[in-house]
Design a protein. Structure first.
Lengths: 149, 398
């Protein structure tokens, strides 16, 4: 070959394309984000409580109560199973899993990730939907492959 | 009876609580909140009203994925509720009506029993679900002579963590017919947060504010395709698009929709977000969760699917008595849309009739009040003697 090669093909080879697994991982992460209670960290995390200060919870007869009742610590220790463990334990039917609504039969609708319009096209690199060239441009500038996990 | 029964509809987002002899329950946020501006304390339940700057509010919730898993958080909130600040009385030797989610896990049920009897020393408890209480209230409300034993109805509970479709045939839940859609108020708020943060300005830390935006501006489109014309038609766009002025917690305490031509004081200096298709594409997820990749059908199809699990003799009455409760049922346009979609899915000789009570949030609580004041309430109660005899395993039904 004498150096005559297609620029288009050369560019395409450089371009990184996410495989199916990576795309699924992204989609799963997006769904998990919908379950989050908070996006940011605890604003009081860096506070150091001074032990000398009296806490408002302890009344004058705080000690007496503690011996009578077991307190939150006890419950946290005894019932500390997380959601996944509870799910695995639950064998009785019908249960959480069997109650889940069935998967949709209708064809999926697709929406432009940038503006929200119905979308006909998807990004060749990451599979995100877009509706027009302008939105694709925005997508490539902002989100495409930026947080590749 | 000396001590009035406590009714607690313990939701994942808000707890509806009050004595059965009161007219109205209190709606208490069922969480602990921390504010960036107030570094000395955390806010439990309604204490948040004392907080002047609720920007970047940090939530600690007792519920995870709709189930009560963080018991220390729940105990803190309950301690607050059953104190002078809350309903003003303790649970000692009182009976309590308390709700749990559908298909609650065995160990969570046990934990609740142990907590109530050992920690709060209740006299007795009646554990039920919000759907059961709503059904009970529905019977009490109806003018016709329906009794709980003859009731056929479907309760759609659109909650914070998920949505449940619960059919009742002859007054009993049809467990096989219960359907769950993993879409509720929390997912909608988080989705709206994500959309605004990407398209306009970063509000990822502002769950509290975005939740208010959702409540203020979102609606369910009766015809989704028609509503999506906002992208083509200027006229349609003018109808839907609006500006939402964000709170700055000094002059503006709560965000509001800007009224064109009538600016409030200093309004041009406030930050605002333009909203358009977000207003209806967000609640649309209740009808089509697959729009964001949740592999489940929406509410109308789930109702049709739930019917399949019920005896066919009951179908006619089930469709005539569909009751919608829960906070997310309050989106304007929810009822007509659901009716329209459902109409297309069920046999055309069966009439479809939906009822959404005026107050879908407190509706189940009113049902609990009815239960607690009904003459045969004592038969339902799991008493302290029962607990001491049979322990936490004595009361284990779904």
């Amino acid at each position: 070959m004498t150096g005559r090669e297609s620029n288009r093909i050369k560019d395409a080879e450089k371009k990184r394309v996410l495989d199916v697994a990576a795309r699924q991982r992204r989609a799963r992460k997006a769904l998990e984000a919908l379950e989050q209670d908070n996006f940011h960290d605890d604003p009081h995390a860096d506070l150091v409580m001074s032990k000398k200060l009296p806490k408002f919870q302890d009344g004058p007869n705080g000690k007496e109560k503690k011996t009578k009742r077991k307190g939150a610590e006890y419950f946290r220790a005894k019932y500390r199973k997380n959601f996944q463990q509870l799910l695995e334990e639950d064998k009785q039917r019908p249960n959480y899993e069997s109650a889940s609504a069935p998967p949709p039969q209708k064809p999926l609708r697709h929406f432009c990730a940038v503006c929200g319009n119905f979308s006909l096209y998807s990004c060749t690199a990451c599979g995100t939907r877009y509706c027009r060239v302008r939105c694709l441009k925005t997508h490539q500038d902002t989100r495409c492959l930026k947080w590749t996990a | 009876m000396a001590n009035a029964v406590v009714v607690l509809d313990n939701g994942a987002h808000t707890a509806k609580v009050g004595l059965a002899n009161q007219d109205e329950p209190q709606v208490v946020p069922n969480c602990i909140m921390k504010a960036k501006s107030e570094r000395r304390r955390a806010f439990v339940g309604n204490q948040i009203d004392e907080c002047r700057d609720t920007s970047s509010l940090f939530y600690i919730l007792a519920f995870q994925r709709g189930y009560l898993l963080n018991w220390d958080t729940q105990k803190t909130v309950w301690d607050y509720i059953f104190s002078k600040e809350g309903i003003g009385c303790t649970l000692d030797d009182r009976n309590i009506v308390i709700t749990e989610p559908q298909m609650n896990f065995q160990s969570v049920q046990e934990a609740m029993l142990e907590m109530l009897f050992e920690e709060y020393r209740v006299g007795g408890m009646y554990k039920t679900t919000a759907a059961d209480l709503a059904a009970f209230n529905y019977v009490a409300d109806s003018e016709e002579r329906t009794t709980m034993q003859t009731l056929n109805c479907i309760i759609i509970d659109v909650g914070y963590s998920f949505t449940h479709i619960v059919p009742f045939v002859l007054g009993r839940r049809v467990l096989e017919g219960i359907r769950r859609i993993d879409m509720g108020g929390k997912a909608l708020t988080n989705h709206l947060k994500e959309l605004i943060s990407y398209r306009q300005l970063n509000v990822m830390d502002e769950s509290h504010v975005v939740n208010q935006i959702k409540e203020d501006v979102c609606f369910v489109a009766e015809d989704f395709k028609e509503a999506m014309r906002v992208h083509q038609s200027e006229e349609k766009r003018r109808e839907v698009a609006l500006d939402y002025v964000l709170p700055d917690f000094t002059t503006v305490k709560r965000g509001y929709v800007r009224v064109p031509g009538q600016p409030r004081e200093d309004e041009d200096q406030q930050q605002s977000v333009p909203l358009c298709n977000e207003r209806f594409t967000v609640p649309e997820l209740l009808f089509n969760p697959s729009d964001i990749g949740v592999q489940q059908v929406g509410i109308p199809e789930a109702v049709a699917d739930c019917l399949k699990a019920c005896p066919w003799e009951a179908h006619r009455e089930l469709l005539l008595n569909i009751l919608i409760v829960g906070g997310s049922a309050q989106f304007p346009g929810f009822l007509p849309r659901l009716k329209r979609d459902l109409r297309a899915l069920v046999p055309c000789d069966l009439e479809v009739s939906l009822i959404c009570p005026e107050d879908p949030v407190r509706y189940a609580w009113y049902g609990g009040k009815e239960v607690a004041t009904s003459p045969n309430f004592d038969e339902f109660v799991y008493t302290r003697e029962d607990y001491e005899e049979y322990g936490a395993h004595g009361l284990s039904q779904r």
